[in-house]
Design a protein around this ligand. Structure first.
Ligand code: CTP
Ligand code: MG
Length: 382
């Protein structure tokens, strides 16, 4: 999920530093976090902004263009963080942008709640807003590993980004105070702009020290995108001598009626996958009005849904299918069905369950007029 920014909002991502404290062979914003550069994660968080400006070091221009051309305006930063921000602000001169959120490229885990908190405060009329967390630990002074004094923590906050401002006001602050500053709030305050404190988050860490990479990876793992979908299908029984259920042909006194092979179990499972992806149902992807699907092997549908899930970056958690009928008996075929579905979906059979129930001779399934199936599946990304 990302926050959709109001019209006129731009995000400035500062990434021109050298990351000396983090060590490593390359600056921290280019090191990989779960296989992607830190800065790529940061940009993802601002995907809902029409305009994104990234400040990069001249040495990093090549890889910045390679990764982000088309997604962001890439400009050369300065020798200090404030100089980098100033360059980004200057690039917006004369644009239709009214507000900017200025964010550290080294904070790749900023969440929707933090970003929308800042936007919300600006929309409510605050001239400036920035996230922070109240200090909870006791504060000491120390020297040579010895406590030399304590300090009251009341009223102290740990500042985070993104920090939000009116473009005109923060540009003026930067012009009036050309020296470096810890952040843009410091400059805004020098110009007398009141800054509203919005909720920060412990997850919104700034990667600073070598150990922060492991911490960030652990947080990313915890923010896995998990989806669940359900599917339900019914086919009528009619003349015939076999049914197809979950990819297995079973001799029966009747057949299932349908446009394709009428494999009610596979249809429910396919719909569960489309449901988890929020991408409609079988009818949308394979219209029954299209003659090419007449008598089709339903494996085509299931494989399409499974491939689509993987294209979208998801892996399967599990799938569970329940067939509802009095006859045929499913038990003897359940493990063959499980193996066949696993083969079609290229999935470990242990992640697929096929089971059945009767409806105690009640209703259409009880009277043997048709067979119903329900299915659920979970998809995971992260
Ligand atoms: N930054 C910038 N231009 C600079 C210095 C810093 O755009 N001249 C950016 C950094 O890339 C980072 C953010 O500002 O995303 C916060 O700065 P910091 O955490 O201090 O990063 P570095 O300066 O790169 O790290 P260090 O101080 O350890 O060298
Ligand atoms: Mg620095």
């Amino acid at each position: 999920m990302t926050v959709t920014a109001p019209k006129g909002y731009a995000a400035i991502i500062t990434a021109a530093g050298r990351g000396t404290r983090a060590g490593g062979d390359e600056p921290k914003q280019w090191r990989l976090l779960k296989g992607r550069p830190v800065l790529a994660h940061t940009l993802d968080r601002f995907a809902g902004f029409d305009r994104i400006i990234v400040t990069v070091h001249p040495d990093d221009m090549g890889q910045a263009i390679e990764h982000f051309a088309g997604r962001a305006t890439i400009i050369t930063g300065g020798d200090t963080r404030a100089a980098s921000v100033r360059a980004a602000l200057n690039s917006l001169d004369g644009s239709a942008i009214t507000h900017v959120l200025i964010h550290d490229g080294a904070r790749p885990l900023v969440g929707d709640a933090v970003i929308s908190g800042v936007i919300g405060a600006l929309q409510a009329g605050a001239p400036a807003a920035a996230p922070a967390l109240p200090v909870t630990d006791a504060l000491w002074r120390g020297e040579d590993n010895t406590v030399t004094g304590t300090a009251p923590r009341e009223g102290l906050y740990r500042a985070q980004t993104p920090q939000g401002f009116s473009l005109a006001q923060i540009s003026r602050s930067h012009r009036d105070h050309p020296q470096d500053a810890a952040d843009d709030v410091e400059l805004a305050r020098k110009s007398g702009i009141p800054v509203t404190i919005t909720p920060g988050s412990e997850d919104n860490l700034k990667i600073t020290w070598p150990g922060d990479f492991t911490r960030a990876e652990r947080i990313l793992e915890g923010t896995m995108d998990i989806r669940m979908g359900n599917g339900f299908d019914v086919h009528a029984l009619g003349p015939g001598d076999h049914v197809w259920l979950c990819g297995i042909q079973i001799p029966h006194t009747h057949g299932l009626i349908g446009h394709s092979d009428a494999d009610v179990g596979m249809h429910a499972l396919t719909d569960a996958i489309y449901g988890a992806l929020a991408m409609g149902d079988i009818g949308r992807h394979f219209p029954p009005s299209d003659p090419q699907w007449k008598g089709a092997d339903s494996a085509i549908f299931l494989r399409h849904a499974a491939d689509l899930a993987r294209e979208k970056g998801f892996a399967f958690g599990n799938a569970d299918v329940t067939l509802i009928c009095e006859m045929p008996k499913i038990g003897p075929h359940a493990s063959a069905m499980q193996a066949r579905l696993a083969q079609i979906m290229t999935l470990d059979p242990e992640r697929i369950s096929v089971k059945a129930t009767t409806s105690e001779r009640l209703g259409f399934t009880g009277r043997g007029e048709g067979i119903a199936a329900i299915a659920t599946c979970t998809l995971m990304k992260g």
